[in-house]
Structures are given as C-alpha cells and as structure tokens.
Design a binder for this molecule. Sequence first.
Ligand code: GCO
Length: 254
Amino acid sequence: MGPLFDLNSRVILVTGSGGGLGYTMAKGLAQAGAFVVLNGRNEEKLEAAVKSLKNENLTVVGVPFDINDEKQVKSSIVKIEKDLGPIDVLVNNAGIQHRGSLETIEKKDFDKVIETNLTGAFLVSKHVVQGMIKRQKGKVINICSLMSSLGRYTVGPYAAAKGGLAMLTKAMAVDWAQYNIQVNGIAPGYFITEMTQPLADDQEFDTWLKKRTPANRWGDPTELIGTAIYLSTQASAFVNGQVIYVDGGIMASI
Ligand code: GCO
C-alpha cells in the first residue's frame, strides 16, 4: 500500500462492529494490516464476529461495552490502551434506527436514537482523544449518513442524529486539528444490512431507490472500506472536518 496508506501496527477501534457496516469496515481495515478492536453491546454477536475474522487470520479482538455508558466507555478504553497500546484510529460507527413519522414518535425512542447515534460518538471520542492529544496524533472517523443532509419520510430521529453527527465532525475537527488529530466523516448511502434489509425486501422501495440512485443500485458494504482506509492513514493528513458521501451519486442528483 506504501507509506501513504500504511495501516500496519495501527490500533483501530470500531464501535458497533459486531455486524452490519461496522463489521465490514473492521474486516477491511484488518485485511489492510491494522490491529482492529471490535466493539458491541451484544457479547455473543461480538464473539461470533471476532471468531470469524480470526478464522481468516486477521488480528482482531472484541471488547464489549455500551457506548452510552460513560463509566464503561472510560474503563474499556483504559483497558484497551493498557493491553494493546494506544488507539491510533477511532471509527464511531455504532448506531440504531427507529422509523416512524415524528408526530407518532415517543420521547424515549427519539432520545435513544440521539443518545446512541450522536451522544455515544461524543462520549467515546472524548475518552479516546485524551491519549491522542498527549501523543499529538490520531484519527477519528464518524459514520454519518445520507440522512446527515437529506430527510426521508419516517426517518426523522435518525436524520436529526446523523445531521448532528456531521456537525459534531466539524466541531471535533476544529477543536482537535491543533493536536495533529484529523476528524472526518463517512456518509453511506443505501447499503443492504440488517438495518435496511426490510427496505430492500420491499419491491416498491427497492425500485424507487435504484431509480433515485445514479448508479442504479444498492451499495455493497465492502465499497466503504477504501474511504475508511484513506481517512485512517497518512493519505488524509491535511483533511479535516470533511464528510465523504459514499452513495452512488444520490447527493449529486435531484
Ligand atoms: C432508511 C435507512 C437509512 C439508511 C442509511 C442511508 O430508513 O432510510 O435506514 O437511514 O440506514 O442511513 O444513508
């Protein structure tokens, strides 16, 4: 890959990587040479994910913690850095979806989406960045969404959270660039995962989405790996506060 894209001996923490896009990005970063720490709340699911990557001789470990529990976040990061060394790259991927038109959404459900998709990224970043500031070096990648810029009927709480995450990405970039820490975002368009499978199974939605997407198709989760590698390496040393839309052209089109 050459020094620009070198990930060998880098420690990368990917939150919410027991499945979905997080798992695929964790696998791709490990295949590119990184030591990847997978995370998730569901220990069984996390264990299975780690086992499957270890079966491919990838250098990974699993550290279960809830990104919404600051005590767990703090103690887990201390343990990771004690056992494995400094976290060079943090990928804030953990997120949930809760669909429903806003006038029907319960406050507790709205709060949960904001807490997990936005506040969780702040909490994990706040504790990982302490070491990055000391080392004057680090990378943070926030997994935003097409919904960071566009709404879709019944996706209000998620759009509010992901819109906030895009702005938090800029705010983090501004606060931490002085310490040689680059903070950027990846905004996936539509990829088939557990979260979107119900949409892909809906013939009407599937037809609409393919027409709405200039590339006329759903994305393959592995198509996010290249951007994740770029934003994790020296290649993006002077890139700060950018959100890269990996969406088959949706954001470019009316
Ligand atoms: C939905 C989907 C989207 C995708 C993705 C698109 O209901 O429209 O869940 O929110 O998950 O974030 O970028």
